[in-house]
Design a protein around this ligand. Structure first.
Ligand SMILES: *[C@@H]1O[C@H](CO)[C@@H](O)[C@H](O)[C@H]1NC(C)=O
Ligand SMILES: *[C@@H]1O[C@H](CO)[C@@H](O)[C@H](O)[C@H]1NC(C)=O
Ligand SMILES: *[C@@H]1O[C@H](CO)[C@@H](O)[C@H](O)[C@H]1NC(C)=O
Ligand SMILES: *[C@@H]1O[C@H](CO)[C@@H](O)[C@H](O)[C@H]1NC(C)=O
Length: 364
């Protein structure tokens, strides 16, 4: 057997042969993963780790240095791993974690919406009602541990000065130059005798405008009118302004029902007037009544009149027990009902047998 001459394509030096073998083995290893005692395959490192040399295979004894990818920091473990004789890497203990950005806050008059402050986290900023955000409303934690944007500012909404309604003056809670801020208030006051309609207090709203101002109007009530069976205490009949009062009274024997004083209201109407209630005549001719705790014959009630809401009793008879009893009735605005059990005696009986009337016999 003779070898092909060196230089021919078939010639292989021993070194080349070794290299070919290595390549073959390596290819084999990629199929079987078992390369006893010869080489190490690429080290399996976590997603946040990268290494210095990048090769397909590594020889026994070869060292590889690990480092954290951008945005991550090493927290523990050996930076160096070595391909050992059994084709395995020395134990991989190196770990990295994302960098942390500092706490961005606080945001005055606003809120920071933050889930976490790790590398690549995105936080949002919002301002409270009545404040406007100046700056970026979002920020990202960068690889170097800083935020991509500066903290924004929440500046208060600015309102101009509120309009002054006619016949009114304003007093502010606070005013600087020509501007007022969200939440500022103003108090409206009408010059007398004008009357305020609407809200007495106004506010600078979150949209930069003022609440609707009130109106100042003149309120007059028409000249007060008389009431039946009564009179106005006041002499001069004229128009009246808001809150002015007039006083009513009733004719003799009429009883005032309701307030004596009546006021001119904001609506331009008078508050409800009182009513004069009429007296009653006691509608019996012959008999005795119990009135003001006194038993009196009707002909002695002079004049025959009781006032509105007064009570009195007439007498009825219990025929079974042969006794008398009083029954109450009341004068209601000129009407006094005589109880049905009342039995009016004839004129003759009244004269002769007065002592047998229900009011005179034994009480039940
Ligand atoms: C920030 O805003 C975005 C878009 O509106 C939203 O998808 C995200 O969840 C918000 N992040 C936080 C932390 O609130
Ligand atoms: C941030 O501002 C943009 C417009 O500048 C807006 O479209 C977006 O909704 C805002 N995001 C948040 C969370 O307020
Ligand atoms: C207020 O407004 C008036 C007129 O609009 C202006 O001339 C004046 O300079 C303003 N004053 C301030 C303090 O802004
Ligand atoms: C005033 O009284 C009149 C008559 O009672 C009524 O029609 C009118 O609605 C009242 N006005 C107001 C403003 O309440």
């Amino acid at each position: 057997m003779h070898s092909p001459p060196s230089g021919s394509p078939l010639y292989q030096s021993p070194k080349m042969r070794r290299g070919l073998l290595l390549l073959l083995l390596c290819q084999l290893s990629s199929y079987t993963l078992v390369t006893p005692g010869k080489v190490c395959s690429r080290p399996l490192v976590g997603p946040s780790i990268e290494h210095s040399d990048f090769q397909r295979v590594y020889e026994v004894g070869q060292e590889v240095f690990l480092r954290c990818i951008d945005g991550y920091t090493a927290i523990s473990g050996q930076r160096k791993i070595v391909c050992s004789a059994n084709g395995r890497w020395s134990s991989l203990t190196f770990t990295c974690e994302p960098k942390r950005c500092s706490n961005p806050g606080p945001l005055l008059n606003g809120k920071i919406h933050i889930d976490d402050n790790l590398f690549q986290s995105i936080i949002n900023y919002t301002c409270n009602e009545g404040y406007i955000l100046h700056g970026a409303n979002t920020s990202e934690c960068l690889h170097d541990g800083t935020w991509s944007n500066q903290l924004p500012e929440c500046e208060p909404v600015v309102c101009g000065l509120p309009k002054t309604p006619k016949y009114a003056r304003l007093s502010y809670s606070r005013v600087v130059g020509n501007t007022t801020l969200f939440g500022d208030s103003v108090t409206y006051e009408c010059f007398p005798p004008f009357v305020l309609f609407g809200n007495e207090v106004g506010f600078c709203k979150p949209d930069g405008s003022w609440t609707e101002p009130p109106e100042c109007r003149l309120v007059t009530c028409p000249p007060p009118t008389a009431i039946p069976n009564g009179f106005l205490v006041l002499a001069v009949i004229r128009e009246h302004g808001y809150t002015e009062e007039v006083t009513y009274g009733c004719s003799p024997n009429y009883v005032l029902d309701g307030p004596r004083e009546v006021e001119c209201q904001k609506t331009g109407n008078w508050s409800s007037k009182p009513v004069c209630r009429a007296p009653c005549t006691v509608g019996i001719k012959r008999g005795r009544i119990l009135y003001h705790n006194r038993k009196i014959w009707i002909e002695n009630l002079k004049p025959n009149r009781v006032l509105h809401s007064e009570r009195l009793s007439v007498y009825c008879k219990n025929k079974e027990k042969d006794c008398g009893y009083p029954v109450v009735t009341q004068c209601i605005d000129g009407e006094l009902t005589i109880p049905a059990c009342y039995d009016e005696p004839s004129a003759a009986r009244y004269k002769v047998y007065a002592s047998s009337l229900p009011s005179e016999i034994e009480m039940c």
